[in-house]
Design a binder for this molecule. Sequence first.
Ligand code: FAD
Ligand code: NAI
Length: 468
Amino acid sequence: MDSYDVLVIGGGPAGYVAAIRAAQLGFKVACVDAFERGGKASLGGTCLNVGCIPSKAMLDSSEKFEMINHEAAEHGIQVDGARVDLGKMLGRKESVVDKLTGGIAYLFKKNKITSLHGLGRLVRQDGDGWIVDAAGTEVRAKNVIVATGSSPRALPGAPFGGNIVDNSGALAFEQVPGKLGVIGAGVIGVELGSVWRRLGAQVTVLEALPGFLLAADDAISKEALKQLQKQGLDFHFSVQITEVKQGDSGVTVTYEEKGQAVTAQFDKLIVSIGRVPHTAGLGADAVGLQLDERGFVKVDDHYRTNLPGVYAIGDVIGGAMLAHKAEEEGVAVAEQLAGQAGHVNYAVIPWVIYTSPEIAWAGLTEKGAKEKGLKVKTGQFPFSANGRALGHGDPRGFVKVVADADTDKILGVHMVGPNVSELIGETVAIMEFGGSAEDLARTVHAHPTLSEVVKEAALATDKRALHM
Ligand code: FAD
Ligand code: NAI
């Protein structure tokens, strides 16, 4: 029987990164992953195959189409008759995915990680290790890292299939739907809703909660909603879905809105109402692996489960369901196994939503900071007063810095605007070092760049923005 120091179950961002870091630290490592794309093994989990990467590829392609159709003329570029070749666009997305998933296979080889394709199932404890059924063959591992990720949550009574799709289906429509319904105005809803709206669909978003992106700073979610509505996304809040019926040519959704029953007909329906931990096939029950009431694997601060030698990381343990959070946990758990002090700073995990304009934040919102009893000061600066944004022709949005009024420490930074997915990075680094608004304001930012808006927002916390 093959024997390993570390066996990782799941080859997504949590699992593959844990495997690589463990191998770097000198462990003998195997990773067993069940994901298949087009009938073939494909490493990288949800993120690389049907999540982060393909969605961003489609967001980029559709944004280029939008630019050519609606923004090029403003730059003095006249383009007539631009049209979408959806097959080619989807093919490009798949080739990006192929490159990256193949890249993980290469990294496994480079780091001498044994890659097994199939299910991993905990079988029994064996001395100071575990016997795991890895893709149909029993192997022994001293340490097991469970990184089995998450799956899309279905609406009760409306299983995925046909015209009711999850993220995978929504990234592979063969035609642009005429009428697209989206249930859930969360991250997937607005990203994939934006893709298909730009490609020509009429998009209706039905959300149960009374507001939009409630985890974001109020100023940001208000501005983002305004911009998305302006583009034509039709949002309905505080709705209650009462029935979803699949027909031959589409889906009928009945919902209650403001006390009225409404029936809407869609060609396709994306259900994006959150994700659930994926533990099917893991053998959790048989070995007594403890899950919490929502099905997440229970871990302590060191990613230890209730079973000795079994750890869990990534989406399957809950918290922010983000690839970079999963990756950092992968690094941390491997370092802990090597006796090092791996840790993740959960207070500064950036969130980025890749709509147009982009949305990004890290740390506390103004409201959240006040709820913690902190005295806060804020500074806000608009992209409309920034030379680079005007040059780009995209001056929408602003940056808001939330700082401690007594110590000047940055508590949170919130952005909506062009390229903020990249701008959030420097503020995360400053927050990681416990930096102040003054630190950010005194850092020299190249001119003309969008990043000057970040500096100006930091200056604005002391009412000394220079260009406003
Ligand atoms: P996963 O990526 O889900 O990987 C788990 C892997 O384990 C899968 O390959 C699965 O097949 C395998 N597996 C499960 N059970 C077993 C078993 N018993 N045996 C063997 N293998 C098993 N996050 C971001 O940070 N940025 C984004 O832009 C972003 N965009 C997203 C867009 C979409 C449409 C979706 C759906 C998600 C997006 N996410 C994004 C979230 C991100 O994909 C997840 O947070 C991330 O993939 C979690 O990584 P993971 O390794 O924990 O799980
Ligand atoms: P989500 O949690 O972001 O949003 C789900 C939305 O559906 C919520 O607003 C919720 O109130 C609503 N909802 C729940 N039940 C409902 C119902 N019955 N009727 C109507 N609305 C309902 O989940 P989503 O969009 O499915 O994405 C899952 C996760 O994937 C995200 O939380 C995020 O962690 C990750 N992701 C991250 C991305 C990024 O970082 N850019 C992009 C896409 C996904």
